[in-house]
Design a protein around this ligand. Structure first.
Ligand SMILES: NC(=O)C1=CN([C@@H]2O[C@H](COP(=O)(O)OP(=O)(O)OC[C@H]3O[C@@H](n4cnc5c(N)ncnc54)[C@H](O)[C@@H]3O)[C@@H](O)[C@H]2O)C=CC1
Ligand SMILES: O=C(O)C1=N[C@H](C(=O)O)C[C@H](O)C1
Length: 265
């Protein structure tokens, strides 16, 4: 499977390149970085610090290399991800997008892309987080209307979006399990009347230091509470999952896929 990595110097792009370079079932064909970076034209192995040259370049123009690949992995910015999506559609290439921070309309463009290309969107590519999502679905269906539900997510100080893509997905899963839409039940920050209406979902985002990613969902009852938590110690779990998603997508029919398809959840 021939792979292009967008943003190979980013936190995720670097790890994805390193993991892809170590796998027998992935052949890297290029990295794509922003114009003006001093590593444009250099070996992808140098840009992503894989420890040895990979014999393929970092370019600043995806369209110049896109026809050489089977799958593109994009963990970049919401602006770049939209450009990548447009080129993937034009060149009929499979795309794994793990970038977060999109509006509902932008998310719909990814779903629509599945009519023309193999498209996999995953706000979180950790296996454990996706297992947690199943637990949340069950918990919300059983106690969602009785509990005070609060999501607390923590990330590094550089993260551009809040709330995290994962917490939005967790909220959607719980809202749907209660037969509702997230937009109708999400409350951001501890504002307004207290206690809050049951069945609503409170959102809290912390940004500090270099915390890779933590998500905790609290289900508060009188006299007891339940917490469902995931902590990552670094970004490797997400990078491994992203490579698994790319291998899964290679050779697939056009369609909108999620990591649940990859993990059989
Ligand atoms: N789905 C998941 O499991 C995960 C998703 N993410 C998401 O991935 C995205 C990236 O996160 P990080 O790696 O932490 O960010 P980062 O800021 O470290 O990396 C972003 C990369 O995108 C590149 N980029 C920006 N504009 C570009 C352009 N025009 N052309 C080519 N490359 C461009 C930058 O050069 C940089 O290398 C964020 O949206 C984040 O929320 C992060 C971790 C896990
Ligand atoms: O930016 C990050 O770091 C992460 N972003 C994703 C998100 O927004 O949920 C996934 C994970 O939390 C790490």
């Amino acid at each position: 499977m021939k792979l292009i990595v967008v943003g190979p110097r980013g936190k995720m792009g670097k790890l994805i390149t390193q993991i892809a370079a170590s796998r027998d079932d992935i052949e890297l064909v290029a990295g794509v970085a922003p114009k003006g970076r001093d590593y444009i034209g250099k070996d992808l192995g140098q840009a992503a610090m894989t420890g040895s040259d990979l014999g393929v370049p970092v370019v600043d123009d995806l369209s110049s290399v896109i026809d050489d690949c089977d799958v593109i992995i994009d963990f970049s910015t919401k602006e770049m991800a939209m450009e990548v999506l447009a080129l993937a559609l034009e060149h009929k290439k499979a795309l794994v997008c793990g970038t977060t921070g999109f509006t509902p309309d932008e998310m719909q463009r990814f779903r629509d892309a599945g009519k023309e290309i193999p498209m996999l969107y995953a706000a979180n590519t950790s296996k454990l987080v996706n297992v947690i999502n199943k637990l949340l679905e069950v918990a919300a269906a059983v106690i969602g209307e009785e509990a005070d539900i609060e999501i607390l997510e923590m990330h590094d100080q550089w993260k551009k979006d809040a709330p995290s893509g994962t917490s939005k997905e967790m909220g959607e899963i719980m809202a749907h399990a209660m037969g509702k839409e997230l937009a109708d039940v999400a409350v951001y920050g501890r504002q307004g009347v207290s206690p809050r209406e049951k069945g609503t979902i409170g959102y809290h985002s912390l940004r500090a230091g270099n915390i890779p990613s933590s998500h905790t969902v609290y289900f508060g009852f009188m006299g007891e509470r339940m917490e469902i938590t995931h902590h990552s110690y670094n970004w490797e779990c997400f990078a491994r999952g992203a490579c698994d998603c790319a291998v899964f997508l290679a050779g697939k029919e056009a369609g909108f896929y999620t990591i649940k398809d990859v993990l059989h959840l």
